[in-house]
Write a protein of this length. Structure first.
Lengths: 297, 243, 340
């Protein structure tokens, strides 16, 4: 075990974790939204993220447009993609039950991964810009520019989603439909359209997380599943159904990873994360900010 | 042949392999309060569900304002002017009172009148005004029923369908409920009411249909039914013979 | 046990026995080392065992397990470690038995907290989490597990393909026998009751936890056996192979395709899906994973209840019960939603 040589070092690791966690948080919010609309864990979330990562990679490599513009570009494209996915595929299996949706999501994940591997080769890619390595100092803490901006974007995205859900009629309809689809339809609310919107937002958020990923990490087509798992753990920490909770869960996950990676080792960091995940599932399944309405045996 | 607002003709409804409704026909005229009464499992809720297209009848026809609704989706039927308050109310318990009401007026053409609709809802149900920002799930049973009806009203419906609104309510609320239904009807809303509480129903209904195990057993105006010995016998204990 | 079998079923059983006889005879008719079909059948038998193992653990209890690869991996490692340590030998029944038992013990250990406390999706995720933890332990196991590189075993011990073939067939048959025993007895009755409505079952005095753990453990035992055989076949065990996610996903797919919660379903599903994958591999090797994934999507879209339900006309609705929403307020059917 490595100890912290000073408080500053501890803070450094902590900040790194928080920044990392914001990224997990964005993907987690998307996952939470999709769960609210389809009642399944959308296991392909990570694969969608990687798809976005590749898009930005190619945009940057071929046109030299800064990846941060990618955030703006990806949002509408992936929103549309999500809409098509729902209307084209997931809407059809809505009636057949959740297992169909799960299977479909799973098949989609594998399909995406292999397609990407086929088209763009399984080699690892990364996006390096002129400022990739640069950082600024907050006191004695070194903060990477890219991670910092990513965190800002994540917070902005969270804010937008929160406001959308709370203040707009469509957002309220999203919340209503996710709670009781039938009741919503009795109010002349088209549940398919609302669900498609919800799903599309979830995919758009996955896209944003993907852009963040490619800026920070090297990635390959099979990275997706690991990310889905991380997003899922973040949701479990924060509580399903809570936007703020998903972000919080992501941050907790990021901090946990960062701390255990430093103090123990990168390999065991994963085990610590999974163990914490299990503990949360067993002791407080509704997460930190979720509601205590769990069915217990 | 009079033009009825709602006509249900020879409807048969199945749940999987089990038949719940056997060739039932009835109608509702504009401006009236029509009630479906009967014991549990009689098929009353099922009929309401088929009208709002939650379930599809396997045989028969349902016509509202001259148009068949059997092939429509629930949201399309609702858009035609039928507001269905289902069994159990099905409020959005996590959303606030205000948000529930707002969603009642979701369609864009109705949303325009949100302000007036809200005022009207609070006029009918003043106690909701104090609870605007409270989560719907935290209201009492009676308040929830009020909210559910208010929400249904936000869409300015032509026909209001209520499924067992008095279920589980305290007696004081039940009285107020039936008074409110009468007032609503007085302001021009046609009401189709499904109830097990026969006594209060007979007091406000214009016409009553009695359903038992999926078939129509009796029908008539309340005063006629009360004079019917079979009716009194079936509902002995629920209605006093000399009423 | 064989009471009252209808004549249609008698035909079915006769066909099955005929098929079995063919399976037994075939490797002696051809050159087993070179025969592609022998290899194909070998791996399909293992898939049958894996699919039925999952079927028992999940399809019959309604609690979906996503951690089967953990048990497979345990089976691999127990066999590899004991052989390397000289405690057991090549194709040693003792090693295989210990692998199965080891997996079953772990299943009981994790089953106790997980099955007692978690429902539906949570349980599934919990099993996934445990499996991942085991993978990490294997990676960081030092000399015991040799980390990512894994343990190498003496391939000089190799005897013949026929040996593997028949052991795989035996494992599949053992699995079927276990499944048969469990489902046709009062245990099976209890399991189905639990699957259909656990609260009602518990209210009727069925020790739900006991049965669920039993099903889970037996499923794990069988999976562990497969892992053991795999160790003997590959002569090299490493974490990527032993804990491969395909080992979760493909058996589940096979069971669902054929019909989870039925007896024949996973067998059918195993043969069909294995056939599809192999054909795809032959015809378009580069595209084969994509083709297989597309196949999965199609199954999800058009055959969610599995093939058996179409054959028998009986829609058990098993799968609709297998993924209950995480929060179900039983009183008014409200489910989870979004927003603060």
């Amino acid at each position: 075990m490595t100890g912290f040589t000073s408080f500053a070092v501890f803070f450094q690791i902590l900040i790194n974790g928080v920044l990392l966690g914001c990224m997990y948080g964005v993907a987690a919010i998307g996952l939470s939204l999709i769960f609210g609309c389809m009642e399944i864990i959308f296991i392909a979330q990570g694969a969608v993220m990687i798809l976005a990562a590749y898009s930005i990679y190619w945009m940057f490599t071929l046109t030299s447009i800064d990846p941060f513009f990618g955030f703006l570009v990806i949002l509408p494209i992936f929103f549309g993609l999500g809409w098509l996915m729902y209307v084209g595929l997931f809407q059809r299996v809505q009636k057949a039950g959740k297992n169909s949706s799960l299977l479909l999501a799973f098949g989609l994940m594998i399909l995406l991964e292999h397609l990407m591997a086929l088209i763009w080769s399984p080699n690892t890619r990364s996006v390096t810009t002129s400022y990739s390595a640069s950082a600024f100092n907050l006191g004695r803490i070194n903060v990477s520019v890219t991670r910092f901006v990513v965190a800002i974007v994540a917070l902005a995205a969270t804010g937008f989603v929160f406001l959308f859900l709370k203040r707009t009629m469509l957002g309220k309809a999203v919340r209503g439909v996710s709670e009781d689809r039938l009741a919503a339809s009795l109010l002349a609310i088209n549940p398919v359209r609302v669900s498609a919107t919800t799903f599309a937002i979830g995919i758009a958020l996955a896209g944003v997380a993907g852009v963040a990923t490619c800026i920070i990490y090297p990635f390959d087509p099979y990275f997706g599943f690991l990310f889905s798992l991380k997003a899922l753990i973040a949701v479990a920490f924060g509580g399903l159904g809570s936007v703020g909770g998903a972000l919080l869960g992501g941050v907790i996950l990021g901090v946990l990873e960062s701390l255990s990676s430093y103090t123990i080792s990168a390999g065991w960091a994963d085990a610590v994360t999974y163990a914490a995940f299990l503990l949360v599932l067993i002791l407080r399944p509704e997460g930190l900010l979720g509601r205590r309405s769990v069915e217990r045996p | 042949m009079a033009n009825h607002l709602l006509e249900v003709r020879n409807v048969e409804i199945f749940y999987g392999d089990a038949q719940a409704v056997w060739g039932v026909s009835f109608h509702v005229d504009t401006g009236k309060i029509v009630a479906l009464v009967g014991a549990n499992g009689g098929g009353k809720s099922t009929l309401l569900n088929s009208i709002s297209s939650v379930i599809r009848p396997s045989k028969g026809e349902i016509v509202f304002s001259g148009k068949s609704v059997v092939r429509l989706k629930p949201e399309e039927v609702a858009a035609m002017g039928i507001s269905h308050v289902p069994e159990g109310r099905r409020l959005f318990s996590r959303l606030t009172v205000l948000e529930n009401l707002e969603l009642g007026a979701y369609p864009p053409n109705i949303r325009r009148y949100m302000k007036e609709s809200l005022e009207r809802a609070f006029d009918f149900f003043p106690l909701l005004r104090d609870r605007i920002h409270q989560a719907a799930g935290t209201l009492s049973g009676g308040e929830q029923q009020m909210l559910a009806i208010a929400r249904a009203l936000m869409a300015r419906p032509i026909l209001l369908m209520l499924d067992e609104p008095s279920l589980g309510l305290a007696p004081l609320f039940v009285e107020r409920l039936f008074e409110t239904i009468q007032t609503l009807n007085g302001s021009g809303i046609t009401v189709l009411l499904v109830e097990q509480n026969v006594h209060q129903t007979l007091e406000i209904a214009d016409y009553v249909y009695v359903l038992q195990t999926g078939t129509l057993k009796m029908e008539g105006r309340p005063e006629d039914l009360l004079g019917n010995p079979d009716f009194r016998q079936a509902f002995l204990g629920m209605v006093r013979a000399d009423t | 046990m064989l009471r009252g079998i209808a004549s249609k079923q008698k035909i079915g059983y006769s066909l099955g026995l005929l098929l079995l006889a063919l399976f037994v005879v075939y490797p002696f008719l051809v050159d087993a080392e070179a025969s592609y079909l022998v290899y194909f059948l070998y791996s399909t038998f293992i898939y049958v065992a894996l699919a039925q193992g999952w079927n028992l653990a999940s399809g019959y209890t309604g609690q979906v397990s996503l951690g089967q690869h953990a048990f497979f991996g345990i089976g691999c490692y127990v066999t590899a470690i004991t052989w390397r340590a000289g405690l057991t030998g090549y194709l040693d029944p003792l090693a295989m038995f210990m692998s199965g038992v080891g997996a079953a013990l772990v299943a009981i250990a994790i089953g106790l907290p997980l099955l007692a406390k978690l429902k539906g999706d949570y349980f599934a995720l919990g099993t996934l989490g445990v499996a991942e933890i085991l993978r990490v332990i294997a990676i960081n196991g030092g000399h015991l597990t040799e980390g990512v590189a894994g343990i190498s075993l003496p391939s000089s011990a190799y005897l013949s393909m026929r040996h593997y073939y028949f052991i795989a067939l035996s494992i599949a048959l053992i699995t079927l026998a276990l499944l048969w025993l469990m489902t046709r007895s009062s245990i099976g009755l209890a399991l189905v009751a639990i699957r259909e409505d656990e609260t009602a079952a518990a209210a009727n005095g069925i020790g739900t936890l006991k049965y669920k753990i039993l099903a889970f453990a037996v499923g794990a035992f069988v999976t562990g056996l497969c892992g053991s055989l795999n160790a003997y076949y590959m002569f090299h065990i490493h974490t990527a192979g032993a804990f491969n996610l395909n080992l979760v996903v493909i058996p589940i797919l096979m069971a669902i395709l054929g019909g989870a919660g039925t007896f024949l379903g996973p067998i059918l599903g195993a043969f069909i899906l294995a056939g599809v994958f192999e054909l795809a591999n032959i015809w378009m090797p580069a595209l084969h994973p994509i083709f297989s994934a597309a196949f999965i999507v199609l199954v999800a879209l058009f055959l969610p209840d599995g093939i058996m339900s179409h054959i028998t006309g009986h829609k058990p609705g098993v799968l609709r019960k297998m993924f209950p929403s995480m929060w179900v307020l039983k009183t008014d059917g409200k489910e989870s939603s979004i927003g603060d």
